[in-house]
Design a protein around this ligand. Sequence first.
Ligand SMILES: Nc1ncnc2c1ncn2[C@@H]1O[C@H](COP(=O)(O)OP(=O)(O)OP(=O)(O)O)[C@@H](O)[C@H]1O
Ligand SMILES: [Mg+2]
Length: 472
Amino acid sequence: MPSEQRSVLIVDDEHDIRELLVLTLGRMGLRTDTAATVSAARALLAANRYDLCLTDMRLPDGSGLELVSEISGRFPNTPVAVITAYGNIEAAVEALKAGAFDFVSKPVDIHMLRGLARQALDLHTRVAPPQDDPASRLFGESEAMVALRQTIAKVARSQAPVHISGESGTGKELVARTIHAQSARSAGPFVPVNCGAIPTELMESEFFGHKKGSFTGAHADKPGLFQTANGGTLFLDEVAELPLAMQVKLLRAIQEKTVRPVGSSAETQVDVRILSATHKDLAQQVDLGSFRHDLYYRINVIGLHVPPLRERTGDLKLLSTAILQRLAHAMHRPTPVISSEALATLEDYPFPGNVRELENILERALALADGDIIHADDLHLPRVPRAAQAAATATAAGPANAAPAAAQGADPRTLSPYDTASSALPSYIEEIERAAIQQALQENRYNKTKTAAALGITFRALRYKLKKFGID
Ligand SMILES: Nc1ncnc2c1ncn2[C@@H]1O[C@H](COP(=O)(O)OP(=O)(O)OP(=O)(O)O)[C@@H](O)[C@H]1O
Ligand SMILES: [Mg+2]
């Protein structure tokens, strides 16, 4: 603890609550000021610097939300948390959107309040985020990436749930890890979970844990993912894959901040920040009825979109260099340079598998290249027409106008296929098919059963097509 005493501004019109907060925070060695109205709070804010502000939502002369926006705009180093009525999730979500760090619900739980204060103050002591490991750095100087990094830095300071959308391989998990690493929870665990990979019947026990003997095979007590992530971040990857029944249970856990292990009668409190991601359009899943609106609303308080690589080709040089450096280093080889024609070829390629695909391409090129220069020939890019790429990713989150003309039944001659030799309609359609298959393979980590299911064709049909297109 630094020698300077930290101070907290408490804003609540109820005398008893102010007193409770003053006592609790005072015992933590914090100095406190109190205000009963928005205007009194403003006066104190103008005269003093605070390390934390706690405000009620409904105040006699205005709303706590006004204070939230004012403080996060004018004093970005002062985290502000709101006190909400029990069960008023709308208010909590609104406050988080306005820039609140976190919320506590009434009646105020002292234990939770202490945790919140500790985390808010921790945020303050952390000077530079640990961002030096090049393997976990988000490279890119395109406008989109610079903006993304800025947003990450901002949301990292809050406890709000963040939903990360973007095509396969764009870097969603890396974004989630970066948010965690820059947050006050960075000393706590980051627990990623692929929601599509847990068998339905094991889900509840995986998430919430179980007691010994609660079902056949439960030989010992086992903590769930929530307990494992306690004090840290739980990353729900491919969140759209959660079955509806599980969505209900998850919503409850997130809202109440408690979980009940399978076979246990007692609930345990958990302090977990929820980040989630999917390559699907979650809002569309809500419309289709496969994702609950209330859970969507709860986990998507802040939405972050990671743009596809083909929309930020300006990043290719920097990204390729960084990736080659990492690969060459691991192979104890000197880092090769990428020729300008090779770079131009990459800039023309639509990358259905985004950064992950770029990594694969460069890894292969590194193995094939003779000298210290990577030439265009070493890249062996699959021939995917740009329009076909759009067709392959039309279901992924992204601008609706990216939907290809072909899918809308437009005249195929108006399309400009990447490969001019394939402009005849049948071969053009084949290219689209091939791109869709390659994309699905990547998304399903080359699991053929899953790929066939995702494409809506049988396993046999997929096997036939793989052979036909010479994909292995
Ligand atoms: N901006 C970037 N700078 C450096 N590396 C990146 C960047 N974006 C992604 N990567 C790398 O690309 C690979 C894919 O990223 P990541 O796993 O985060 O993507 P994803 O969107 O979660 O993919 P999927 O949808 O397949 O799960 C990782 O190896 C990651 O380190
Ligand atoms: Mg991922």
